[in-house]
Write a protein that binds this ligand. Structure first.
Ligand code: PLP
Length: 501
């Protein structure tokens, strides 16, 4: 596909307006451009076709099944968009006075109440803008808690699982803690012996995803909780997989003291490519004084922002957080009425249906009932036919599906992490099963067809390292000098990437 700069023809415009008969604005000399901006010049129909063609090349949850494990790519109900576009929400200014924002404050307060109930904990801050920012905020609360008790110098270590998402160790380091990793046992639980050996008076807390990134609920969670609490440490729940347990089991009841929720995953919000998201923090009462300010509170029938929290860690984001995400999450939750558990039950059922029908064609490292996702391995295909998880993922694109998460969690070789979510119909799941089985069969009969995949997508197989490390994201005007090394590396040839990526 040609770039918009290549389609540009001097003098073409996407709109034409009559000349103004008002005097030109005087722009001070020092602020004037010396040359006109180099923008593409194109007619409106060609402009619309260009961007529509680009959009058509994209794959999203509205295009097809998107079983990206741990990312919970569920359908985003359109009613949420209607609600978030109500003028009272849409046109609200963050600096609007409290008396004129009562509806928005009430929505935030109600969302906080629901999240506290779902987690079985006491207090909420909606501020963090993503799960990862929630992690950092939660660990800062942990640090503030121990500092307040005069234990900041001793409580230096946070323990994570070897299945943890990469953001967990990153957050531990950013929050100034030392990291220790605990291994996973043969059934996919935390290895209790390894854990006991690592918890001591220096431990500040555990950071755990439960169900884990293997899609397995830790069978010893009560014992794990006792080990940490007996040592005076806290438990942090990475809520990325909360979709599996809403209304069924609560992190607070499992023993967790701090939880982040990925609103964009669990409660539907168009996401991907890094945003937009919401990562509220939910805590036990002992941690409430440290939560970010302002807190959204209720006084009788009124709602207000409370800045008077002397022990607060301060603000972690502008204003009260990503308000549009709150409205969509609230709408999604209320659409289930009191039966939110139905959401999680359907998600778990869908995952177990897929698992039961795929486990004969792929390796299954932990043969247990799964929660809302599960991890297969393409090790059998690699051993027998040289076909890897990456090959399977690429071939799935030819069948019209987004690939699952691959090569994660790290402890499973050739991992394929599959999460169907509750919003998919049985026919879709069956079509996916057929595709996965067809690929497993094809690995034996025509492995070359898989190795070359995708055959039917606009972009074939990329050099992914180069695409990530050498992304060229601007047009290569002739006088741009900095593309020379890229061209030189391609033997002086003009390469497609040199004009944009
Ligand atoms: C298990 C787990 N923890 C944390 C995160 C980070 O969440 P976010 O993408 O909202 O920053 C993710 C994201 O995929 C995740 O899967």
């Amino acid at each position: 596909m040609r770039l918009i700069y290549e389609k540009s023809k001097a003098g073409r415009r996407a709109s034409s307006l009559p000349r103004y008969d008002i005097p030109k604005a005087e722009v001070p000399e020092e602020l004037r451009r010396t040359a006109a901006p180099r923008l593409p010049e194109i007619s409106e129909p060609d402009l619309v076709r260009h961007f529509t063609a680009l959009a058509d090349r994209n794959f999203g949850v509205d295009t097809g099944f998107y079983p990206l494990g741990s990312c919970t790519m569920k359908h985003n109900p359109r009613v949420n968009e209607r609600v978030v576009n109500l003028p009272g929400f849409r046109d609200l200014h963050p600096y609007q006075e409290e008396e004129a924002s009562q509806g928005a404050l009430e929505l935030m307060w109600r969302l906080q109440e629901i999240l506290a109930e779902v987690c079985g904990l006491d207090a909420v801050s909606l501020q963090p803008a993503a799960g990862s920012q929630g992690e950092l905020t939660g660990l800062m609360l942990m640090r503030a808690y121990f500092a307040d008790r005069g234990e900041a110098d001793e409580r230096r270590v946070v323990i994570t699982a070897d299945t943890a998402h990469g953001t967990n160790p990153a957050s531990v380091a950013m929050a100034g803690f030392e990291l220790k990793k605990v291994e996973t046992d043969d059934r996919g639980n935390l290895d209790l012996d390894d854990l006991r050996a690592k918890v001591d008076g220096r431990t500040a807390g555990l950071m755990l995803t439960n169900p884990s990134t293997l899609g397995l609920f830790d069978e010893h969670i009560a014992e794990v909780s006792a080990i940490f609490h007996d040592a005076g440490a806290l438990l942090y729940y990475d809520g990325a997989n909360l979709n599996a347990v809403c209304g069924i089991s609560r992190p607070g009841d499992m023993g967790f003291d701090i939880v982040h929720i990925n609103l964009h995953k669990t409660f539907s919000q168009p996401h991907g490519g890094g945003g937009p998201g919401g990562g509220p923090i939910v805590v036990r009462d002992i941690l409430e004084p440290f939560l970010p300010v302002p807190a959204v509170v209720r006084d009788g029938d009124d709602f207000r922002l409370d800045h008077d929290r002397p022990k607060s860690i301060g603000k972690v984001r502008g204003f009260c957080g990503p308000f549009g995400v709150f409205v969509r999450s609230y709408a999604y939750i209320r659409a289930y009425g009191p039966g939110l558990r139905e959401m999680s039950e359907a998600a778990v059922l869908n995952a177990n249906y897929l698992l039961a029908r795929l486990k004969d064609d792929y390796d299954l490292p932990f043969d247990r009932l799964c929660m809302h996702e599960f991890v297969l391995s393409a090790s059998n295909l690699k051993r027998e036919h040289g076909i890897t998880a990456l090959d399977v993922a690429k071939r799935l694109m030819d069948h019209g599906f987004h690939p699952p998460t691959i090569y994660f969690p790290l402890i499973v070789p050739e991992a394929l992490m599959i999460e169907p979510t509750e919003t998919e119909a049985k026919e879709t799941l069956d079509a996916f099963i057929e595709a996965m089985r067809a690929i497993a069969a094809e690995a034996a009969t025509d492995p070359a067809a898989i190795k070359d995949a995708p055959h039917k997508r606009p972009v074939r197989r990329l050099d992914e390292v180069k695409a990530a490390k050498r992304a060229v994201v601007k047009f290569g005007f002739d006088e741009h000098p900095d593309l020379a090394p890229v061209k030189a590396e391609a033997g002086g040839e003009a390469i497609e990437a040199a004009k944009g990526a």
